[in-house]
Design a protein around this ligand. Structure first.
Ligand SMILES: *Cc1c(COP(=O)(O)O)cnc(C)c1O
Length: 478
């Protein structure tokens, strides 16, 4: 049967394939011809083709090559409809950006820019000035208030100027902060905070890479301020507090308050670094979440330096932000690691536009904030609208109570009450239905619970509602 297969050259001489070469180029077509022939050889060697099936395959070779080219030349990275209700879904790209933000990226990316050029003096400039001025405004309140750890009875601390630097992501921010402030020395951190975040970010490993020595304090469930006190030696360079992010310790637990840590850090003259993880720049209490500290909360209490992500609660591009005492931030800027971890102009453009939306209090320009602020009633009315448009006797459609979650490790136990579209197909399992939804263009990602497919419209953009309704009707048919 192998003799029946044409050679690559023979195939390339066929008129249909010559037309393909004209369109897509010799390299792409040859590669696809080889791939299609090798698949056939494989099928023959595994006895999966009889004579008739082989003849059929041979007559459709040109079409098979064309299909292969189409698949290999289309994008692998594509947009999807997120109906999971997880607002900051790391696997689905975390924070989506608004068109306002994207148009600033486009303007900056498709032309030359003043990225590192001072237009006033005509001299070389610094790339971080574009966002630093906005961080100054957003964290400015902090510049004005004398920071005193409440309840400690200590003298007010004079206001500290605050600066911010930007690196590639929060993992890089933690690495740079630890290396700058504690290389060769010890860092005291509670055993209850030695966390692993998704994607193998482990505090002890990052600590080792930063050339600082981890000094474990307390126990997994209980750590007191006296434990930190005892752990401090003349080699201690830093106290570290880490947001537990994706897990919680409940039961017989104890953790010193941030105020107590600030007071200890001041007394012993050792900086306090807090890895906030998400780091909100707006007050989450406005959406009913009281367990997630914001960037300003920590700085106001007197934490010296905080690190946080750009694409979690902030709702911007991937990035790692380090805000805190100007003298410490200046040291990070002059660390050679900073150059290795710096971000490109696209990130600066996206971050500048996102921060500007915060400055203008235009929270609608930040999609994740808009999603968090959606009321249960608004989500419900869209779910009911879609339910009414699904015309299929095969589908049982209901609108039920449920919870949306923030995701990204923020406020792990905090949920936003929502209404879900719950769907059961008469002949197909929920997993089967999800599989079909993922094969659509754009793919639709939903949740499965107790045999039902659940759709949370909180994370679906309103302009995607009709595509969702049409998709549900179409998958119901098969
Ligand atoms: C998410 C998170 C990180 C990692 O942030 P990336 O921006 O994903 O690198 C680090 N620390 C904490 C506490 C986090 O929640």
């Amino acid at each position: 049967m192998f003799q029946k297969l044409p050679s690559t050259d023979e195939l390339l001489r066929q008129p249909e394939l010559r037309a393909l070469v004209e369109r897509d180029g010799h390299v792409a077509v040859t590669e696809s011809v080889r791939a299609v022939l090798s698949r056939l050889r494989q099928e023959i060697s595994e006895n999966r083709l009889d004579e008739k099936a082989l003849d059929l395959a041979l007559s459709g070779l040109a079409a098979a090559v064309e299909k292969h080219i189409r698949q290999s030349l289309c994008f692998s990275l594509q947009s999807v409809i997120n109906a999971t209700g997880v607002i900051l879904h790391t696997n689905l790209g975390r924070a989506p950006l608004s068109s306002v933000v994207v148009s600033h990226i486009t303007e900056t990316a498709t032309a030359y820019s003043n990225l590192e050029f001072d237009l006033a003096s005509g001299q070389r400039g610094k790339r971080d000035v574009h966002v630093e001025r906005l961080f100054q405004k957003l964290l400015a309140e902090n510049n004005a208030v004398a920071m005193r750890p409440p309840g400690t009875g200590e003298a007010p601390v004079p206001p500290q100027p605050i600066s911010t630097v930007v690196v590639n992501n929060n993992a890089a921010a933690v690495l740079l902060a630890l290396n700058t402030l504690a290389e060769g020395g010890e860092v005291a951190v509670s055993r209850g905070e030695l966390v692993e975040i998704g994607g193998s970010f482990r505090i002890p490993d990052v600590m080792a890479k930063s050339q600082a020595t981890l000094r474990e304090v307390g126990t997994t469930n209980r750590t007191r301020i006296a434990d930190y006190e005892r752990a401090i030696t003349d080699r201690t360079r830093l106290l570290l507090r880490v947001h537990r992010s994706n897990f919680e310790i409940t039961g017989f637990t104890e953790q010193p308050s941030l105020e107590e840590l600030v007071a200890l850090a001041r007394r012993r003259n050792i900086p306090l670094l807090e890895d906030l993880g998400s780091g909100a720049l707006f007050d989450l209490r406005s959406v009913g979440i009281t367990t997630e500290p914001g960037v300003l909360d920590s700085l106001r209490l007197g934490v010296d330096v905080v690190t946080y992500s750009g694409d979690k609660l902030l709702g911007g591009p991937q990035g790692g932000l380090i805000s805190g005492r100007s003298d410490l931030i200046a040291r990070m800027r002059s660390n050679s690691l900073f150059r290795a971890l710096r971000v490109d102009k696209l990130t600066y453009a996206a971050l500048e536009a996102t921060l500007l939306a915060y400055v203008k209090r235009d929270h609608d320009a930040i999609p994740v904030l808009r999603m968090m602020q959606l009321s249960k009633k608004e989500v419900a009315s869209r779910a009911e609208g879609i339910a009414a448009r699904i015309m299929s006797p095969k589908l049982k459609v209901e609108v039920i109570d449920g919870d949306s979650v923030i995701g990204g490790g923020a406020a792990p136990s905090a949920v936003l009450p929502t209404r879900l579209l719950a769907i059961v197909h008469a002949d197909h399992s929920a997993d089967d239905l999800c599989h079909r939804l993922r094969a659509l263009s754009p793919p639709i990602i939903a949740r499965v619970e107790e045999g039902r497919v659940l759709f949370d419209l909180r994370t679906v953009f309103p302009e995607q509602d009709s595509a969702l309704a049409a998709a549900l009707t179409s998958v119901a048919r098969v």
